[in-house]
Design a protein around this ligand. Structure first.
Ligand SMILES: Nc1ncnc2c1ncn2[C@@H]1O[C@H](COP(=O)(O)OP(=O)(O)O)[C@@H](O)[C@H]1O
Ligand SMILES: [Mg+2]
Length: 400
C-alpha cells in the first residue's frame, strides 16, 4: 500500500514537472540595473558604476566590499539591507547619511530609484523623484533574487527563517499578500500587548481578546490559503531547477504545514486562551507555520550533506526567479554572493551554464577567487563583464 502511494506521488510529481515546464513562459525581458551610485553606503564613500552586460562578475579579496555592493542593489529592490544591520548601521562609519541611486531599464522603460537615510530622520524612498507614501509600496517593482551563504539558515534555523523567506517571495508577487501579512502582524502585536497588560494588572477581558481573534482569523485564513497555493505551485518549478542543477531525476519535496489546517481557526484560538494568558503571547495561528524540505534520502536538515543542502538552496532560488518570471512576465535580477563557496566544480559549471541561458535576466556574481572564476568564464565562453573590487572602489578592465 505504502509502495503504491509512493508510486502515485512520484507520478503526480512527474506530471506536475512536465506541466510546469510548459507553463513557464521564458522571456528575455527583464529588469536591468544600468547604473548604480552610492554615497556613504557601508565601506563605499562614493561609487559610480555601470552594468552594461547581462552578466557581471565582481571579484576581489575578502572584506573588500563585494557583499556590500550586492546589498546596495538588494536595498534598491527591498528598501532594506539583507544583512542583519539596521538602516543607521549602514551609514559609513563617521558619516551621518547615505544614499543609493540606481537607474533601471524595465522592459525598455527607464526609471531611477533613490533611497536615502539621514541619521535621526525618516528614510526616503522615491522613484523618478516621486516619494512613496508607504515605502512598502515599492516591494515587488524591481524584484531581485539573492543567493548568499546566509541561505543555509533556511535549512538550519527555526521555522521563522523559512516563513520569512516564503513570505518575502510571495510578497514580491502579490501585494495584497504583503498588506494582509503586515495587518496580521500588527494585530498579533496588539493582542500580545493586551495579554501582557492583563498579566500585569491581574485582570482578564475575554471579549477584548475575542475582538482581536476575529481580526486574526480574517487575515490569517487568507494568509494560509495563499501560502498553501504558493507551496503547491512552487514545488514542480523547484524540482525542474533542482534537476537542472544536480543533473539527476531526483525528486525533492516541500511540505507546508500549518496548525490552522487541522482545526477550525476560531476553535484553535479559543483553546489556546488559557495558555496564551499564561505565556503572554499568542500560541496559535499562521505565525507558527513551517515549511519542510525533503530530498531523495529524507529530511534535508537531518540527512543532507553540506553540498546537498547548498544545491537544494541554489535550486530554491532559481525556482524563485522562474516563478517571478512566470507571474510578472519579466526576469528578476539575480544576485549570487560567494556562490562558489560550497558547490563543487561540476555544479558550478552547471550553474553557470543555466544562468548563461537567455531565459535568465541580469546576473551579478561575486567571488573571492579570481583565477578559478576567470578560467571557468573562458572555458564556457560566457559573455560578461569582470570587475575588480578593492576596498570600497571598483575597477573595470582589471583582469586580462
Ligand atoms: N557602515 C559601515 N561603514 C564602514 N565600513 C563598513 C560598514 N559596514 C560594513 N563595513 C565594512 O565593509 C567591509 C567589506 O565587507 P563585505 O562587503 O562583506 O566584504 P566582502 O564581501 O568583499 O568580503 C567590511 O570590512 C566591513 O567592516
Ligand atoms: Mg562577502
Amino acid at each position: 500500500m505504502e509502495c503504491e502511494n509512493r508510486a502515485q506521488l512520484v507520478n503526480r510529481q512527474v506530471h506536475d514537472l512536465k506541466y510546469s515546464s510548459l507553463q513557464l513562459r521564458f522571456t528575455r525581458i527583464g529588469v536591468h540595473l544600468k547604473t548604480l551610485q552610492l554615497k556613504n553606503f557601508k565601506n563605499y564613500s562614493e561609487l559610480n558604476l555601470e552594468f552594461p552586460a547581462r552578466i557581471t562578475f565582481l571579484l576581489g579579496l575578502n572584506g573588500t566590499g563585494k557583499t556590500n555592493l550586492l546589498d546596495a542593489i538588494y536595498y534598491l529592490s527591498a528598501t532594506k539591507s539583507f544583512s542583519n544591520l539596521t538602516d543607521s548601521q549602514i551609514i559609513r562609519h563617521g558619516e551621518d547619511n547615505f544614499f543609493i541611486r540606481g537607474m533601471f531599464d524595465h522592459s525598455g522603460n527607464r526609471s531611477e530609484v533613490f533611497g536615502q537615510l539621514q541619521s535621526g530622520r525618516k528614510k526616503i524612498f522615491r522613484v523618478d523623484s516621486k516619494d512613496y507614501e508607504r515605502i512598502s509600496d515599492h516591494i515587488g517593482k524591481y524584484p531581485v533574487v539573492l543567493i548568499s551563504p546566509l541561505d543555509v539558515d533556511l535549512v538550519k534555523e527555526s521555522s521563522e527563517a523559512r516563513r520569512k523567506f516564503f513570505d518575502q517571495v510571495i510578497a514580491q508577487l502579490d501585494h495584497a499578500y504583503l498588506e494582509k501579512l503586515l495587518e496580521y502582524h500588527h494585530t498579533l502585536k496588539q493582542r500580545n500587548a493586551l495579554l501582557k497588560l492583563f498579566a500585569e494588572k491581574n485582570y482578564t477581558d475575554l471579549e477584548m481578546i475575542e475582538l482581536y481573534d476575529q481580526q486574526l482569523i480574517r487575515t490569517g485564513q487568507l494568509i494560509y490559503k495563499k501560502r498553501k497555493t504558493f507551496a503547491t505551485e512552487f514545488l514542480p518549478v523547484f524540482n525542474t531547477s533542482y534537476h537542472q542543477l544536480v543533473n539527476r531525476p531526483e525528486m525533492a519535496s516541500l511540505t507546508y504545514t500549518s496548525e490552522v489546517e487541522s482545526i477550525n481557526y476560531e476553535d484553535g484560538l479559543k483553546r489556546s486562551w488559557k495558555k496564551d494568558l499564561a505565556l503572554q503571547r499568542t500560541t496559535f495561528g499562521v505565525h507558527r507555520d513551517d515549511y519542510m524540505f525533503g530530498f531523495a534520502h529524507g529530511d534535508l536538515k537531518r540527512l543532507g550533506s553540506q553540498g546537498q543542502q547548498k544545491s537544494f538552496l541554489v535550486a530554491i532560488k532559481l525556482a524563485q526567479a522562474n516563478i517571478i518570471r512566470s507571474h510578472l512576465g519579466f526576469s528578476p535580477i539575480l544576485l549570487f554572493d560567494d556562490i562558489f563557496d560550497k558547490l563543487d566544480d561540476t555544479r558550478i559549471t552547471r550553474l553557470l551554464k543555466i544562468i548563461s541561458a537567455d531565459s535568465y535576466g541580469q546576473v551579478l556574481i561575486t567571488d573571492a577567487g579570481p583565477e578559478r572564476t576567470l578560467a571557468l568564464v573562458k572555458e564556457l565562453g560566457i559573455l560578461c563583464d569582470v570587475l575588480r573590487v578593492d576596498n570600497g572602489s571598483i575597477h573595470t578592465k582589471a583582469f586580462d
